[in-house]
Design a protein around this ligand. Structure first.
Ligand SMILES: Nc1ncnc2c1ncn2[C@@H]1O[C@H](COP(=O)(O)OP(=O)(O)OP(=O)(O)O)[C@@H](O)[C@H]1O
Length: 265
């Protein structure tokens, strides 16, 4: 498929209504396909709903003249095409891979947007070669013949990132990437994220954890109560003051060499 090289996201007046409540409320934002961005918000602020919109799983509740929900410059997408332009790794996806396929098959399945390889899938030598390269890049080659359901969360997540990267997406969306990882596994994952960013794939990191922020991220979008609460560059938005307002409690942000810690006061 032809890769579309434009704005990644253009949202104008985007709202999502569920059970008489706006779970996203009049969201206006643009993200270019050359930005590394963190989307941060407390539990229930609308982050997962935002991910569902950008992966084509749901649509805005209103589609009037003022509403624009455009991805890579297009209003309408074939979902499997969209998923090939956009790499995505979420806990939901990881749950689908609680199955006894190998790490290698997991990565190959990225070419088909499937969970594993089916009889009607034609796996080419080029696909195998690409999958091997990505597994190497993610530094999990020794595990490629292991069954994914026997791997640790951190190992399985790296296979899923490799799966997302086989299609060479312009943008990789990572949802709570260090969820359930211990401190060492999280640090290894952050190193891998930095490697991906250095190789030119842009990262959209969706998280409530400041510790997931890597130095390459310089734009911060805060969601609160279904709205964009703040949006801007690191120095302006990613501050103790703004984060305290975001989480409705006094927090202190410590930053060193682009990495961060957040402590309640
Ligand atoms: N299908 C639905 N029907 C009703 N309410 C919903 C639905 N989906 C989400 N919500 C509500 O919308 C709000 C935003 O949910 P969402 O999952 O997007 O938040 P989140 O920021 O991802 O939260 P978390 O960090 O806990 O995953 C929550 O209050 C949630 O209960």
């Amino acid at each position: 498929m032809e890769k579309i090289d434009k704005q990644f996201i253009e949202f104008r007046n985007v709202s999502v209504l569920r059970q008489d409540r706006f779970i996203l409320n009049d969201v206006n934002l643009s993200i270019a396909s050359d930005e590394n961005v963190a989307v941060i918000g407390p539990n229930g602020s609308g982050k997962s709903t935002f991910i569902k919109l950008i992966t084509g799983n749901i649509y805005p509740s209103y589609t009037g003249d003022n509403t624009l929900c455009r991805l890579f410059g297009r209003d309408k997408w074939n979902i499997s095409d969209l998923r090939q332009s956009l790499g995505i790794v979420t806990s939901e996806l990881q749950n689908k891979f609680q199955t006894d396929i190998t790490g290698f098959e997991t990565v190959l399945s990225g070419f088909f947007s499937s969970v594993g390889i089916a009889k009607n899938h034609t796996v080419t030598l080029q696909m195998e070669e690409k999958a091997r390269k990505m597994i190497e890049f993610l530094e999990v080659s020794r595990l490629k013949q292991h069954s994914i359901d026997t791997m640790s969360s951190g190992e399985a997540r790296r296979f899923l990132i490799a799966r997302a990267l086989v299609n060479e997406p312009k943008v990789l969306v990572l949802d709570e990437p260090s969820n359930s990882l211990d401190i060492a596994s999280a640090a290894k994952l952050h190193a891998v994220m930095r490697k991906i960013a250095a190789a030119g794939t842009k990262i959209i990191l969706v998280t409530h954890l400041a510790s997931d922020i890597i130095p390459e991220i310089n734009r911060f979008i805060f969601f609160k109560d279904g709205k964009v609460f703040a949006d801007g560059e690191r120095a302006k938005v990613f501050t103790s003051e703004k984060l305290s307002q975001l989480f409705d409690m006094d927090v202190e942000l410590t930053q060193k060499n682009g990495f961060c810690w957040l402590n309640g006061k």
